[in-house]
Design a protein around this ligand. Structure first.
Ligand code: BES
Ligand code: ZN
Length: 393
């Protein structure tokens, strides 16, 4: 702890000199930084969040200090504007606020389609896809291998969609950084304007936050697992010639690990285009079973309560494993980008927050350190099939 305060103190004059970004930090981080509060110029406080202004360089320092000294991740969000930062102060509790009404409940009545598909889930397929993604040196958002790996995801998804004219696979290019996101769209036959989004981030990071484009970052659990789990659900849906009534979009987001950049760009574009997103499912870490009595754990913060309850019912109906709730305590993944833009999002996660995989963001984030197989992820592939079919039809 001493080390952290020291390293931040040394760089403080620079901190105050060129404020650029509006950054909100959570109460745990601020508590640790208590001696710094005055120097950091806290602009606003409330709801366990404090607002400070930092330059790029200072954000780098703060990131690595949090990671290296506090042995945790995140705990702060960098915002594009003061107005956006101030949204972090809207009381959200467990998201019982404006977002709650947005998810309209659905009957669970697609057993004839879902049950046979769920039986086709193969943990081996998921494992193979995770290994292929982990073989890229890293999938860092500014590294060449970060773009190569996205081309690999696009190629995989294209090969699954083969000749269907109602399916397209595109890159979503981001103007501020080189790594693209990948998007598969299956156009709905009856209600094409109602969109269901199933996504996860495809980038990886290691060596502390901003570990850079050179570090080895296999990112097997975080988050080759989420992409590979969704890819298995996609494979099965397409092998069974599933034709959804609503539009389904699979997304492999770029640059999540450096502040949800890819999903923020996409979600704000969707909002400004007035798109009607009826549900967002986020998969970020499905590989390692960390909690004894809960297989699937839904984060209650930055998520939609009604949709979380719907997903709970889907698990009972089709996956039949124990599930529960936990909290990230901050906008820990791309679901927060969707929530912040007013869309109903959920993140079924591999464990509770207390039991997280400590190998993530290091060169040890491999299948081997996460249990050696993709059996846990297979449960999430079943849930993804159930979610896709029940919501789309
Ligand atoms: N997969 C993690 C999020 C996560 C980690 C959720 C552990 C639950 C438990 C994600 O890739 C990540 O690292 N997110 C960042 C925050 C983001 C705003 C950059 C983090 O948690 O540090
Ligand atoms: Zn991560």
């Amino acid at each position: 702890m001493k080390k952290l305060v020291l390293s931040l103190l040394i760089t403080l004059p620079a901190f105050a000199a060129s404020p650029k970004h509006w950054v909100t930090v959570d109460s745990q981080i601020l508590g640790k930084l208590a001696p710094m509060q005055k120097a950091l110029m806290v602009e606003k406080e409330g709801n366990g969040v404090s607002l400070i202004q930092l330059s790029d360089e200072e954000i780098d320092k703060l990131s690595s200090a949090i990671h290296n000294e506090l042995h945790r991740c995140g705990g702060f969000i960098s915002h594009d504007s003061e107005a956006e930062a101030l949204l972090a102060f809207v009381p959200r509790g467990d998201m019982h606020f404006a977002m709650k009404g947005v998810f309209s409940d659905h009957d669970i009545d697609q057993q004839e389609l879902v049950e046979p598909m769920v039986k086709q889930v193969s943990a081996k397929n998921i494992e193979k896809q995770i290994r292929e993604m982990s073989n890229f040196h890293n999938r860092y958002y500014t590294a060449d291998t970060g773009s190569d790996s996205q081309n690999f995801v696009m190629k995989t998804w294209k090969s699954l969609s083969n000749s269907r004219s109602d399916i397209k696979v595109d890159l979503f290019k981001h103007s501020k950084f080189p790594q693209p996101s990948v998007v598969m769209t299956i156009e709905g036959s009856d209600y094409p304007n109602e969109i269901i989004i199933m996504g996860g981030h495809a980038d990886s990071i290691a060596g502390g936050w901003f570990g850079g484009p050179k570090s080895r970052a296999p990112g097997a659990d975080d988050n080759a697992s989420g992409i590979s789990t969704l890819t298995e659900a996609m494979r099965i849906a397409l092998a069974n010639n599933f034709k959804p009534k609503r539009t389904i979009m699979f997304m492999a987001y770029a640059a999540e690990e450096v502040g949800l950049l890819g999903s923020k760009d996409i979600a704000s574009t969707f909002k400004s285009q007035g798109k009607n997103v009826v549900g967002v499912l986020q998969y970020d870490m499905t590989l390692r079973k960390g909690t004894a009595n809960k297989d699937i754990v839904m984060m209650t913060d930055y998520t939609n309560t009604a949709q979380n309850e719907f997903i709970g019912r889907l698990i009972d109906e089709y996956v039949k494993v124990p599930w529960g709730y936990s909290k990230c305590g901050y906008g820990c993944s791309d679901h927060a980008s969707w929530t912040n833009n007013g869309f109903p999002a959920s993140i079924p996660f591999e464990s509770t927050m207390e039991d997280i995989n400590h190998a993530i963001h290091t060169d040890k984030d491999t299948i081997e350190t996460a249990g050696g197989n993709a059996d846990h992820a297979a449960k999430f592939a079943k849930l993804a099939i159930a979610y896709m079919v029940e919501l789309a039809n």
